[in-house]
Design a protein around this ligand. Structure first.
Ligand code: GRF
Length: 204
């Protein structure tokens, strides 16, 4: 499957997907990295791996989210993209764009959804005295951080954890579950029924 990874920043999850996809039996190929910020750090990592990059600068579209999303969609279509992975992509997407990639667009979120949607998840998990925390890969739906869950990975929160130490452990989990989840989706083993994922016919 031809995959585009959408980033806004350093792209460590993107790098994990690129690394995983180097395995000969991996069912997806990262053919494009698309950023909404021209100097997103991950773009250089992508180029160093010989992967084509593109930038669609959201600022050029002012408040017109629909036009920004159409421009991105055009780039994706031009590259014959079949699956989209959001990896630290910090723009909300219009329902129209999301619908065009329904069950073909994945996101990684640094919390055990449905807990801690949105930003600052590690700080909020610590403030809430959560005992477990982690990361979630899910299909994207119009509502933020709300789509069918494909895979989750948990870490135990330690008494002495800081936001930084917790974030670092969760990030390691992210780098494991995102390639694993994409593999399942690319192998067509993930179906959605009643808003939930089934993997090989078994509810997640
Ligand atoms: C990750 O924590 C991801 O879960 C969140 O944004 C961060 C992106 O990090 N959506 P990176 O750019 O993949 O390093």
């Amino acid at each position: 499957k031809r995959v585009a990874v959408l980033i806004s920043g350093r792209g460590s999850n993107m790098a994990a997907l690129i690394e995983a996809a180097k395995a000969p039996d991996y069912p997806a190929e990262i053919v494009l990295v698309l950023a909404n910020i021209a100097d997103a750090g991950g773009l250089e990592t992508a180029r160093n791996n010989g992967i084509e990059t593109a930038v669609v600068d959201h600022k050029a579209f002012g408040k017109d989210r629909a036009a920004f999303d159409r421009a991105m969609h055009d780039v994706l279509v031009a590259h014959n993209i079949e699956l989209v992975c959001l990896a630290g992509f910090m723009r909300l997407l219009t329902p129209q764009f999301v619908a065009q990639w329904n069950e073909r667009m994945l996101n990684i979120h640094p919390a055990l959804l449905p807990a801690f949607k949105g930003l600052d998840t590690h700080k909020r998990a610590l403030d809430a005295k959560a005992k477990v925390h982690g990361a979630t890969v899910h299909f994207v739906v119009p509502e933020m951080d709300a789509g069918p869950i494909i895979m989750q990975g948990a870490v135990v929160v330690r008494d002495d954890d800081t936001e930084a130490t917790l974030a670092a452990r969760v990030l390691k989990v992210e780098h494991t579950i995102y390639p694993a989840a994409l593999k399942l989706v690319a192998e067509d083993r993930v179906k959605v029924a009643d808003g939930r994922c089934l993997i090989d016919g078994v509810a997640v």
